[in-house]
Design a protein around this ligand. Structure first.
Ligand SMILES: Cc1cc2nc3c(=O)[nH]c(=O)nc-3n(C[C@H](O)[C@H](O)[C@H](O)COP(=O)(O)OP(=O)(O)OC[C@H]3O[C@@H](n4cnc5c(N)ncnc54)[C@H](O)[C@@H]3O)c2cc1C
Length: 406
C-alpha cells in the first residue's frame, strides 16, 4: 500500500496529528501495535493508573481536533489550585487559576480516556486509514521514500514517515536517530487512592528527600476524595514500597504526604515505572519527523510529557499544511526543519527546567536546601513571578500553533 504520510503510533500524540491533518487532502495511514478498540465507557469503573495533567493549550488542541467533547463526556477532573511545598523545609508555593483570571489550571484525565476519545473521533470521521494490531518490524529507505514491513506481513510505502511510537520508538531506532539519555535511578509508583478529606480540586506536590510526591485530584460522580498519585522514589525504595501490602503502603503514603488530605483509606493496584530522560539529537531527517515521546521523554515531575507532545503534533500539522499550500515537497528536510526549529528549543527548555528542579530538590547539602526554601518563598511572595509560572503551566506562553490559540 502507498500513502502520502504514514504515522507509526496511534497514542495520544499520533492520533492528534492524524486528526489535525485529516482534511488536508493527503492519504494518511496510521499504524499501531495495539487493537485500536474504543472501550465501552463505564463511569463507575475504577480509575486507570496512568493519567495526564492536560494544560489549557492541550485542551484547546483536543477541542479543535474534535476529541474534547468525548473526553468531557467521559471523565475529566478540573483543578483550580496547586500547592507545592518542601517536605524538609518551610518553603511553599500556592498557584491558583483565579490569580491569572483563568477558570481552571488544567484537567487530570486518564490516558485511556484521551485515547478512546481520539480514536472514536478518528473512526467516526473515517478520513484516515487505521491499521491495528500490526507492529513496525523493518524499515528500508530508498530514493522514493520509506518501505515499512509490519508484523502482520503488510508492506507500506510512503515519502513521509512520522514516528509517534513512544519512548521506545522502533522508527527512531530503525532510522538510526541518535538520542541523549540518562537514568534518574528513580522509579515512579502510580496508582489511585481514596483519602479521608476532599481534594479541593487542588494538585498537591510535596518534595521529599527521595523525590517528588504528587496527589492529583480525580472526580467520579461528584466524589472528590480520589487522587491519582505519582510517587518518585529511589530504586531501592520502589522495591520496598511495591512489596508492602495495601495497608502498610497506605500508611507509608499518608506519612510521606504529611496526611494533608487525612488518612489514605483505599488504594488501587500499583504500577512502577522506571524514569528515564531521553531526547533525540535531531527531530527530523529527509522524509522523517519524530514527535511526542519518540522525540523526548521528560521527568513526570511537572506533568508536561503529553502536553509537549500535543504541541509537537499541532506544530507539525501547521508546518505541513503551510508547505502544502505553497506547493512544497513535504518530505524535504527544508520543510521538516521548520517543525524542529519551532519545537526543539521549547522542549529542551522544559526538560532543562525539570532537570534543574529535580536536582535541586534531591540535593542534600545545606546550601541547596536553603536555596530551595528561599526560592519557593521568594516566588510565593512575587505575584508577577507566580503568574509567569502559571502561564507556563497553562501552556499558553511562547510560540503557540494556531490549534492551541484561543
Ligand atoms: C509516571 C508518569 C506520569 C506522567 N504524567 C504526565 C502528566 O501528568 N502530564 C503529561 O503531559 N504527561 C505525563 N506523562 C508523560 C505521558 O504519559 C507521555 O508523554 C505520553 O503518554 C506520550 O504519548 P505518545 O503518544 O507520544 O506515546 P505513547 O503513549 O507511548 O504511544 C505510542 C503508541 O505507539 C504504539 N507503538 C509502539 N511501538 C510500535 C511499533 N513498533 N509499531 C506500531 N505501533 C507502535 C503503541 O502501541 C502506542 O499506541 C507521564 C509519564 C509517566 C511515566
Amino acid at each position: 500500500m502507498q500513502a502520502d504520510l504514514i504515522i507509526v503510533g496511534a497514542g495520544m500524540v499520533g492520533s492528534t496529528l492524524a486528526l489535525a491533518l485529516e482534511r488536508c487532502g493527503l492519504k494518511i495511514v496510521v499504524v499501531d501495535a495495539g487493537p485500536l478498540e474504543v472501550r465501552p465507557y463505564d463511569g463507575q469503573a475504577a480509575f486507570e493508573p496512568r493519567v495526564s495533567a492536560l494544560s489549557a493549550a492541550s485542551q484547546r488542541i483536543l477541542q479543535r481536533v474534535g476529541a474534547w467533547p468525548g473526553i468531557a463526556a467521559r471523565r475529566a477532573s478540573p483543578y483550580i489550585d496547586m500547592q507545592v511545598w518542601d517536605g524538609s523545609g518551610t518553603g511553599q508555593i500556592h498557584f491558583s487559576a483565579e490569580a491569572v483570571h483563568a477558570e481552571v489550571l488544567g484537567h487530570i484525565v486518564e490516558n485511556r480516556v484521551v485515547q478512546d476519545a481520539l480514536l472514536e473521533t478518528l473512526q467516526a470521521r473515517g478520513a484516515v486509514e487505521l491499521i491495528a494490531a500490526a507492529r513496525l518490524e523493518r524499515l528500508h529507505r530508498s530514493d522514493e521514500g520509506w518501505l515499512l514491513s509490519l508484523t502482520d506481513g503488510q508492506e507500506l510505502r510512503t515519502p513521509l514517515l512520522v514516528a509517534a511510537d513512544g519512548a521506545h520508538s522502533a522508527v527512531r531506532r530503525l532510522a538510526g536517530c541518535e538520542t541523549r539519555e540518562w537514568d534518574y535511578l528513580h522509579q515512579a509508583i502510580v496508582t489511585s487512592v481514596r483519602c479521608a478529606e476532599p481534594h479541593q480540586r487542588t494538585a498537591w506536590q510535596r518534595f521529599t528527600d527521595d523525590g517528588p510526591l504528587a496527589f492529583l485530584p480525580l472526580e467520579r460522580d461528584g466524589d472528590r476524595h480520589w487522587c491519582s498519585i505519582v510517587w518518585s522514589v529511589t530504586e531501592d525504595q520502589a522495591r520496598r514500597l511495591m512489596a508492602l501490602d495495601d495497608q502498610a503502603f497506605r500508611a507509608a503514603l499518608g506519612r510521606a504526604f504529611e496526611q494533608r488530605l487525612g488518612e489514605v483509606l483505599e488504594v488501587d493496584p500499583r504500577l512502577c515505572i522506571p524514569l528515564r530522560q531521553r531526547h533525540a539529537k535531531r527531530y527530523v531527517q529527509p522524509g522523517l519527523a519524530l514527535i511526542g515521546d519518540a522525540a523526548h521523554t521528560i521527568h513526570p515531575l511537572a506533568g508536561q510529557g503529553v502536553n509537549l507532545g500535543l504541541l509537537d503534533a499541532a506544530v507539525l500539522a501547521e508546518v505541513l499544511e503551510a508547505a502544502l499550500a505553497r506547493g512544497e515537497r513535504l518530505a524535504d528536510l527544508r520543510v521538516l526543519s521548520r517543525f524542529e526549529r519551532r519545537r526543539m528549543p521549547h522542549n529542551l527548555a522544559m526538560m532543562a527546567a525539570m532537570e534543574g528542579f529535580e536536582r535541586l530538590f534531591q540535593a542534600d547539602p545545606l546550601l541547596l536546601r536553603w536555596l530551595r526554601n528561599v526560592g519557593l518563598k521568594t516566588v510565593q511572595s512575587l505575584p508577577e513571578a507566580k503568574a509567569l509560572f502559571v502561564r507556563q503551566a497553562l501552556g499558553l506562553s511562547g510560540d503557540l500553533p494556531e490549534l492551541a490559540r484561543a
